[in-house]
Design a protein around this ligand. Sequence first.
Ligand code: GAP
Length: 457
Amino acid sequence: MENKNKMEAIISLCKRRGFVFQGSEIYGGLAGTYDYGPLGSILKNNIRDSWVNNFVHDADNMFLVDAAILMNQKVWQATGHVDSFIDPLVDDLVTNKRYRADHLLEENGIDANVMTVEQMTSTIVEKGIKSPDGNTLGPVRKFNMMLETKVGAMEDSSATSYLRPETAQGIFVNYKNVLDSMSPKLPFGIAQVGKAFRNEITPRDFIFRLRELEQMEIEYFFHPDVAWEPLFEMWLEKQKSWLNSIGLKTEHLHAYEHPDEGRAFYSKKTVDFEFEFPFGTKELTGLAHRTDYDLGKHTEWSGQKLTYFDEEAKVHIVPHVLEPTVGLDRATLAVISSAYTEDGEGENMRTVLKFEKHIAPIFCAVSPLLKNKPELVTKAREIYTSLKKEFGRIMWDDNSNIGKRYRRQDEIGTPFCITIDFETLEGDTVNTVTVRTRDDGSQKRVAISELVTFLKS
Ligand code: GAP
């Protein structure tokens, strides 16, 4: 299937089946915002839970925080976001539409990663690059991506705050609180999952580039004297194996190491995992060695001592930091596009979301063969209730006929469908049900007493 069509099919399925809707849709939308519907919310939650389970609950020395989105403006002055969290912006001189200059250059086969805005301007002129509407472009300018807001009743500059552009700083400002309350030993990590906001010039590609997004980040603090390269490799491996566990295949993931010129000046090394999205191979995760830059800057601006006491050497040190990060919306889109499959041809064509079982929004659907036969409905309800207690993500489905139910459940990625029919009630097969498996459409009779074991296995 052509990638453009695949993306259109995914967006349409997401809306039709309650995964993702345009934000504020009944008012014509708000660019760069999307709302997750009943199934999308569960899918996103499952991915978030899987990340927290893997990186926090199953890990040693890892602490979860949930910091405020609004932070003291000094946080963003200290980190340099106020001065340099910028994107290169360029205007179409006829329509006044705004574009990311680096994206326009990229689309013309030019890598703008390491260019200054002046270099981008001269390249646009030299190569005669026009806007997507074919018009002349103005000079490239810097545009700060932080969304500014006012906090409290005062309107002066002291009231200025920002909707955080990354969750990472909520971790750094709580470094001392975690040290004082939990007494962790190096190396240790602090994790956070939460919303972040970026005034992207050109939000695009569905939930890939958003203005309101969700991040899952870890700051992993380690002694500056230990060799960091093996730790970096360890984190790359951990990121990859988690991505595999949510259904993203290794062959669709590509490690991209940022060149020296393209990295933040304080970073020793940055490696992204890019994923083959239908619209191109693009960044999904990041892993950056941030040295002691953030703790150093917050020490300077807050006047607080953000050190760690090395008991062996009896000295205070400032830990260095590795930062594994992933966007939850991007992970959700990667999971959907990876799971999206069209099987068969013509009338027999079926669309299936082949989600991993622990990620699928609905684990199993339960149906009576006919909804107007009380004896079938009663038995089906009994089974539905007991499975719901065991697994939670169980759906009652008695809409239309059984064939259509299966098609619908395939489209929302339900791994199993259970049907209660007349053979459940009498004859040789009494107390058995039909279990249909999503991926190959196979059907099997399973004893009701064996259902939980069967589904677990
Ligand atoms: N604390 C480091 C940091 O924020 P980043 O590369 O700017 O690094 C981390 O963002 C991750 O957040 C990215 O790898 C991506 O998955 C996600 N992300 C960044 N900008 C995004 C956007 N506008 N929309 C959706 N996800 C985004």
